[in-house]
Design a protein around this ligand. Structure first.
Ligand code: UDX
Length: 436
């Protein structure tokens, strides 16, 4: 089967490479000449473990290619995926669909023969209808179907999520499109992955509802963590005891500094806007958005309190600035709220991140980035773990403490225990575990 993937951002590139690995012939299209050149010469513009090898192998075996030329790729394609960005519109929180609609128009102008146009980008309910209208208006003669096929890829685990998903969701009422989509995902059905065939609007909503639910789960456990601190309970054990109930499940119950990333903040906000416009507000999700925003700011106060109520003139060492491990992505990262708040309170920040430095330097000012955790801690008045990179999980705590000015450790991801930190001589603060 021949696939054209419009957009070589995170979703497009991972999906394109994985479809090629399923045996399809995939052409990835991007307007950005430098990106296409980079991909053609074997470079990968994003950080995603395993993606370089996957792309290299599929290019070598002739199933994956990159181009700026949409026309050729689309004309011969059985399926055209639209995987362009849908950023939050500045000011109002609505998803900006201009890239999706522009892509739909360009595709319409050149498509040839029966073509399935698939929206992979996360798009508000009703976007598929508009894409269909645009294509029909541009090319009244075209033979096509517009399908919604949302992605559920987590950064850092995207290849595995694509190849071993919990489910595939396909929204269309067109029988030919359904058959084609089943064929595209055929290798998954050999592993008995469930495929949810549904109407297009329902499929679009599934994506938002799933992300909103996960964001709500995280926010729920974060508030329980705060309560634990007030009543002397341990949030990790609460999460375990609660999560063992199959109806709830233990995943996404790790308390921390608040969710960030390219999806949850943007999608929860866009969903609340859709719901308000539809006259059916989602008050739970509106609250989730508010609570999560406030939480990121509150984490700076937690650090200040751990430093005895004042950080003026103090040096704070920060480990991890990306919104989660195994990515260089800084979008909506809690560090972007926490670090400026600490600077405003008078602290000097020194930081280390295994992959995020280049991005972080664009977004944070007056932060000294160093090359490792031990350098970072040297002479510091406090050490704060914001992102739980694996390499921070087994640090030599006595060695760290020996070089620090004051023995303060703030662990916003609960990767150490009170005993471990206490035995190394640290005064230890974590999230929702006041005693141990
Ligand atoms: C998410 C969804 O998981 C994915 O299905 C969707 O397609 C895109 O958005 P991603 O943003 O890559 O993926 O990261 P994810 O692992 O879901 O984490 C999101 C945020 O929630 C991170 O800031 C993470 O630190 C936080 N989180 C996650 C918690 O604080 N606690 C948890 O238990 C889980």
């Amino acid at each position: 089967m021949r696939v054209a993937m419009i957009g070589t951002g995170y979703v497009g590139l991972v999906s394109g490479a994985c479809f090629a690995d399923f045996g399809h012939e995939v052409v990835c299209v991007d307007k950005d000449a430098s990106k296409v050149e980079m991909l053609k010469s074997g470079g990968i513009p994003i950080y995603e473990p395993g993606l370089d090898l996957l792309v290299e192998r599929n290019v070598r075996e002739g199933r994956l290619s990159f181009t700026q030329d949409l026309t050729d790729a689309v004309r011969t394609a059985d399926a055209v995926f639209i995987a362009v960005g849908t950023p939050s519109r500045r000011g109002d929180g609505y998803a900006d669909l201009s890239y999706v609609y522009a892509a739909a128009k360009e595709v319409a102008e050149v498509m040839d023969g029966y073509t399935v146009v698939v929206t992979k980008s996360t798009v508000p309910v009703g976007t598929g209808d508009e894409v269909e209208r645009i294509i029909r208006e541009t090319r009244p003669d075209a033979d096509f179907a517009v399908v919604s096929n949302p992605e559920f890829l987590r950064e850092g685990a995207a290849i595995d999520d694509f190849k071993r998903p919990d489910r595939v969701v396909v929204g269309t009422n067109d029988d030919r499109a359904r058959t084609l989509m089943r064929e595209l995902y055929r290798p998954l059905f050999l592993n008995e992955t469930p495929i949810v065939f549904t109407a297009r609007r329902t499929s679009e909503l599934i994506k938002y509802a799933a992300n909103a639910f996960l964001a709500m789960k995280i926010t729920f456990i974060n508030e329980i963590a705060d309560l634990c601190e007030h009543v002397g309970a341990n949030v990790q054990e609460v999460a375990k005891g609660v999560g063992l109930d199959n109806r709830i499940g233990g995943k996404f119950l790790h308390a921390g500094p608040g969710y960030g990333g390219s999806c949850f903040p943007k999608d929860t906000l866009a969903l609340t806007r859709t719901a308000q416009d539809a006259g059916s507000p989602l008050r739970l999700i509106e609250t989730v958005v508010e609570v999560n925003d406030a939480r990121k700011r509150a984490m700076a106060d937690k650090v200040i309190a751990a430093c005895g109520g004042d950080v003026k003139g103090k040096t704070i060492a920060v480990l991890g600035v990306t919104f989660k491990p195994n990515t260089d992505d800084m979008r909506e990262a809690p560090s972007l709220e926490i670090i400026p708040a600490l600077q405003k309170a008078g602290a000097t920040i020194r930081a280390f991140d295994p992959a995020g430095t280049v991005e972080a330097e664009k977004l944070l000012s007056n932060v000294e980035f160093v090359s490792g955790p031990y350098f970072c801690a040297e002479g510091a008045d406090a050490l704060v773990i914001i992102t739980e990179w694996n390499e921070f999980r087994a640090l030599d705590l006595p060695r760290l403490k020996a070089t620090m000015k004051a023995p303060v450790l703030v662990d916003l991801r609960n990767i150490y225990t009170h005993d471990q930190a206490g035995n190394a001589g640290f005064e230890y603060t974590s999230v929702g575990r006041p005693h141990g």
